[in-house]
Design a protein around this ligand. Sequence first.
Ligand SMILES: [Zn+2]
Length: 192
Amino acid sequence: MKSNTQFSFELMWKAIVKCDKRYDGKFFYAVKTTGIFCRPSCKSKTPNYENICFFENVVEAIQQGFRPCKRCQPELSVDIYDPQQEIVVEAINYLEQHFQEKITLDILADKIGISQYYLIRIFKEKIGLTPHKYLEIIRIHEAQNLLLTTVHNSTEICFQVGYRNFSSFYRQFKKICGCSPSQFRIKSGREI
Ligand SMILES: [Zn+2]
């Protein structure tokens, strides 16, 4: 169990069981089985103790391959107004909603109304990844989700999550998950 924060595991566990708002922004928790991370106060179902890991900030969680929860929106900071962060959040939201479509950097920059160069720069600064890398993480997580919750095969899933080509899907999947899509399905025993 991983805890890179200033708090003890016990304290953080209590905070998430109670959905304690006082800890929002002080740490984040992620659930390994769903690949999602949340604020302590999130009202979603309390996860299993052994599937949790903790992070001090949003960037760490995203770099480890977790996606922000749609319900508690942990990527939005609670109290600071930061226009660059707003742009990054807008870009993330766009990617989350359109990952199944063809997305290029100029489409994304155009939607947000800034230059590609500026978008890459602030995205990397805030998240530590390029928008493209972030999009790959979204797609692979969605593929994991479909492998666990549907009977579609890897090729069908590859196209459903926005890839145009099976070999690049397969390569990315292995890179992010450390195994092939079919191994992933077998290993997880299809439980969620
Ligand atoms: Zn949440």
